[in-house]
Design a protein around this ligand. Structure first.
Ligand SMILES: NC(=O)c1ccc[n+]([C@@H]2O[C@H](COP(=O)([O-])OP(=O)(O)OC[C@H]3O[C@@H](n4cnc5c(N)ncnc54)[C@H](O)[C@@H]3O)[C@@H](O)[C@H]2O)c1
Length: 290
């Protein structure tokens, strides 16, 4: 089994054991997904995952679908995003794709409107889209690189919350998970705009948690350590020496898998985390425990 399918396969095994609908394996794609039964933790729920065409977002969409949710995948990469949604849908999940640049207000507004139109509700949102930005010391970062990185990684999260919160408040419930980073908790030398944006995501998360908890909406952040995704592969290609540093930075002795972050996302979106809000949760192999 490919590592990327463990979360779905695990959920499928649990459902088979409890007599729920049998797993229906997607023979064409690389994922296993099932039409989740009524006992699944997110059965009947619907939500959005941004940056869902790749890496942590794609794994989160798969894990949320395996937990029974309808998922609207959003990304700027229309081909990969549509493929990811089609693969889930073929395997029995309620999944669809919307092309969306999270740094553009009108596109985020349309994304939320489409999700509500398709499913009639917005129970969760995983604001995960992000870019790594430039790898350079602070004084060498260009204004253009700063603006682009902060626009996607920080403003994009705010724009998503701006449009996701009103329907959740109207419904009296909702769970938002914003993807920060260990770079939101400690400084990452060479990543000035990224680190600043990811610290900002935690600030946004805490403020929104305080403002909206009385309305029934929980807002949390996850802070992944070094997770082997295309983003990290790009960094290694650009700066090969960084790979050894990445391994050395992870006390657990290896890089993380996207599915290990997705498991935390599903938990934060579910009622199992009903008393958790305003948290910046490291999923980092001990990276920030030093
Ligand atoms: N991989 C890691 O080690 C790591 C660690 C900490 C935090 N993160 C964060 O996790 C998130 C996902 O990262 P990943 O490693 O899966 O990266 P990835 O590059 O594999 O996936 C990111 C996805 O976001 C999409 N995207 C980029 N800009 C967008 C925009 N403006 N609007 C909509 N979609 C956009 C990309 O097309 C891509 O599909 C990011 O926010 C990243 O900062 C990653």
């Amino acid at each position: 089994m490919r590592p990327s399918s463990w979360a779905l396969a695990g959920a499928a095994a649990a459902r088979d054991a409890s007599g729920d609908r049998a797993a229906r394996r997607d023979r064409r794609g690389d994922v296993e997904v099932t039409a989740a039964g009524p006992a699944a933790p997110l059965a009947g729920r619907a939500g959005i995952v941004t940056g869902a065409a790749s890496g942590i977002g794609a794994a989160s969409a798969r894990a949320l679908a395996a937990a029974g949710a309808a998922v609207v995948l959003a990304d700027t990469d229309a081909r990969a995003g549509a493929d990811a949604a089609a693969s889930l849908a073929r395997a029995g999940a309620r999944a669809s794709f919307v092309e969306c640049d999270v740094s553009r207000d009108e596109q985020v507004r349309a994304l939320v409107a489409v999700a509500l139109e398709r499913h009639g509700r917005l129970d969760f949102a995983v604001n995960n889209a992000g870019i790594e930005g430039p790898f350079a010391p602070a004084a060498d970062v260009t204004e253009e690189d700063w603006d682009r990185t902060v626009s996607v990684d920080l403003k994009g999260v705010w724009l998503c919350m701006r449009h996701e919160l009103p329907p959740m408040v109207a419904a009296g419930s909702g769970a938002i998970v914003n993807t920060s980073s260990v770079g939101g908790l400690v400084g990452l030398p060479g990543s000035t705009p990224y680190t600043a944006a990811k610290h900002g995501v935690i600030g946004l998360t805490k403020v929104a948690a305080l403002e909206y908890s009385a309305a029934g909406v929980r807002v949390n952040a996850i802070c992944p350590g070094v997770i082997l995704t295309p983003m990290v592969e790009r960094l290694i290609v650009a700066e090969p020496a960084i790979e050894a540093e990445m391994h050395a930075a992870e006390p657990i002795g290896r890089l993380g898998r996207p599915e290990e972050v997705a498991a935390a996302v599903v938990w934060l979106c579910s009622d199992a985390a009903s008393f958790v809000t305003g948290v910046a949760l490291p999923v980092d192999g001990g990276y920030v425990a030093r």
